[in-house]
Design a protein around this ligand. Structure first.
Ligand code: ALG
Ligand code: ZN
Ligand code: ZN
Length: 333
């Protein structure tokens, strides 16, 4: 067997086929089943049974794919052409049971396992935030306890809602309880808005989370925030979970639990860019609810956030090779 890697199959050529033509895949990339394997797989999770307020994130993967048609091949600020340097592919959607949350989470975990075992890093497009839990379970299986940067208006470390353990407000408390997180290296970014009680903060701090509020981003500025986050994360395996409601509703109206006073999309992209060189193992973008969107503002922001995450991964180079014969793929439609 020769060790020569085939050059990556990139997006459909926009000089030949207009961007608005054809069935949507993320950034017009090939489907995973059409390439041998992927270094980075974009996985859709159309699931929103865990929401506490406005539903609709189940329609996000389709909306984000549509909004990603205009993404171009070269990232000037990071000086990387992510789709040329690595094989990036659209792994399709996980078929989640909309009536059974634990079963849906198991399906997400199984799909993530298939991709990770084939040597891919995953950029998941949710879905509501409940789905971060099975993804973190897989990160733990692969890497041990991981560092987490969680971009959100909300802590998502609440205990239960209506007695339910698995909701979009509780994934990181469950992840903490299951020992999935490296408690030395956890931070929320973008937090704001009213809480249920002061105890929410003491509980959260007990789990090891640091908090960068949206006001901190304004008062300290992006470079200081980036420096603090980089110090917290170090060289540890890093998982980034981005709830699009970390952005102000002006920048992300299409979401289920909007809070005033958030970051701009520019600030979020700048913070992510500042994480260049961190050991990013996988990531998600969640909580886009297209029914509340206007002019695709939120879906466009989410597609750019996903592109940013892919670009950071591409800067790191290919993931560790998997042993021959271990590659599996094609589990997603
Ligand atoms: N958007 C996410 N992930 N969580 C919001 C939960 C806030 C609440 O319903 O009180
Ligand atoms: Zn949120
Ligand atoms: Zn959230």
């Amino acid at each position: 067997m020769n060790n020569q890697q085939p050059s990556p199959v990139g997006p459909v050529d926009s000089s030949r086929v207009p961007r608005y033509a054809g069935i949507a895949t993320f950034a017009r990339l090939p489907r995973l089943e059409d390439v041998e394997r992927a270094d980075i797989a974009v996985m859709g999770v159309p699931f929103d049974t865990g929401v506490s307020y406005r539903p609709g994130a189940r329609f996000a993967p389709a909306a984000v794919r549509e909004a990603s048609r205009l993404l171009r091949p070269y990232h000037p600020d990071l000086d990387v052409a992510p789709f040329a340097s690595l094989q990036v592919a659209d792994a399709g959607d996980v078929a989640c049971n909309p009536f059974d949350i634990p079963e849906a989470l198991d399906a997400v975990q199984a799909s993530a396992a298939t991709l990770l075992d084939a040597g891919s890093r995953i950029v998941t497009v949710g879905g509501d935030h409940t789905i971060a839990l099975p993804l973190l379970r897989e990160m733990h299986r692969k890497h041990g306890p991981v560092s987490l940067l969680h971009f959100d208006a909300h802590l998502d470390t609440w205990d239960t809602y209506f007695g339910a353990d698995y909701t979009h407000g509780t994934p990181f408390r469950r992840a903490f309880e299951e020992g999935l997180l490296d408690t030395e290296a956890l931070s929320h970014v973008g937090i704001r808005g009213p809480l249920y009680s002061k105890d929410d903060l003491t509980d959260d701090a007990r789990m090891g989370f640091g908090i960068v509020t949206s006001m901190d981003v304004m008062n300290q500025g992006v470079p200081a925030v980036v420096q603090a986050l980089r110090e917290r994360v170090g060289g540890r395996p890093l998982y980034i979970s981005i709830d699009i409601d970390c952005l102000d509703p002006a920048h992300a109206p299409g979401t289920g639990t909007p809070e005033a006073g958030g970051m701009t999309s520019r600030e979020l992209l700048a913070i992510l860019r500042g994480l260049d060189g961190c050991n990013l193992v996988s990531a998600d973008v969640v909580e886009v609810a297209p029914a509340y969107d206007h002019a695709d503002v939120t879906a466009v922001a989410a597609s750019h956030v996903a592109y940013e995450l892919i670009s950071l991964m591409a800067r790191q180079g290919a993931p560790e090779p998997v042993p021959a014969g271990a590659a599996r793929q094609g589990a997603h439609g």
